[in-house]
Design a protein around this ligand. Structure first.
Ligand code: URA
Length: 249
């Protein structure tokens, strides 16, 4: 059983606050009865109408896509560029990406129609680890690695300590490949961190999110997340938020 206003919000009728207004105004019926009582509980079988129209009660779905290059992390584009939802052929649910990867960044991206889940994942306090493989033109020294491990000052503030492993380096070719795990999700964060060291990002690939790994999913391929994976991600985000809350006290 779920609260009526939550079900209305989840169906995309309106925000939860607005849905409460609709209920108070007598615009919502459940099995033919006008419900104005706040917090009224409904089950998946109940017929819910708003202004006489049935609401769409979509099942919650969760997908993991390996986003290819030259693809927008959005549901549509006014310039007709391809978007991540174009890769979810045969999925009827109105899914959207959880956060975004840049147009040319590849790798692990979750898509869902569950707004609450998405908010939890993207909330700044969730501190979910995100791991990227970065191919760079330039050399990252041990000192630079240490700086990233402590946090560096970007124009929107100091970054949280990151975990960094240089996996390949060629002075002759002026190339570095590294793995970096960050615990926040600021706009273009990895690229900006590399710009700080005057290194040009040649390729950026997200290979890990929370405990999820891209595995052998090829660019453009997707799979459904299993319910235990969804629950575990939510648990991770809750645990991190609680830990952040405790450390503030
Ligand atoms: N950091 C970036 O700079 N770009 C991305 O797409 C993701 C993380």
């Amino acid at each position: 059983m779920q609260r009526l206003q939550k079900v209305l919000a989840a169906a995309g009728v309106a925000s939860r606050r607005k849905a409460e207004e609709y209920i108070a105004e007598g615009r919502v019926t459940v099995n033919g009865q006008v419900i104005t009582q706040m917090g009224f509980q409904v089950s998946p079988e109940d017929e819910i109408l708003v202004d006489g129209q049935p609401i769409r009660r979509e099942e919650k779905v969760y997908f993991l896509l390996n986003k290819p290059k030259r693809t927008l992390s959005a549901v549509s584009d006014d310039r007709e560029r391809r978007t991540v939802v174009d890769f979810l052929q045969g999925v009827d649910a109105r899914v959207f990406p959880v956060g975004r990867l840049d147009y040319d960044t590849t790798g692990l991206l979750i898509l869902t129609n569950d707004g609450e889940f998405a908010n939890k994942m993207m909330h700044p306090s969730s501190h979910l680890p995100k791991t990227y493989e970065v191919t760079l033109e330039g050399i990252i020294t041990e000192n630079m690695v240490k700086m990233m491990e402590r946090g560096i000052m970007l124009d929107d503030g100091r970054t949280l300590p990151a975990e960094v492993y240089v996996t390949q380096q060629s002075v002759k070719k002026n190339r570095t490949v590294l793995l970096i795990t960050i615990f926040e999700g600021r706009n273009r964060q990895v690229r900006r961190m590399m710009e700080y060291f005057h290194c040009e990002v040649k390729a950026l690939n997200r290979i890990g999110y929370g405990f999820l790994e891209i595995g052998n999913l090829q660019p453009g391929q997707y799979r459904r997340l299993r319910m235990y994976e969804v629950r575990k991600l939510m648990q991770m985000a809750d645990d991190q938020s609680a830990a952040a809350e405790n450390s503030r006290r």
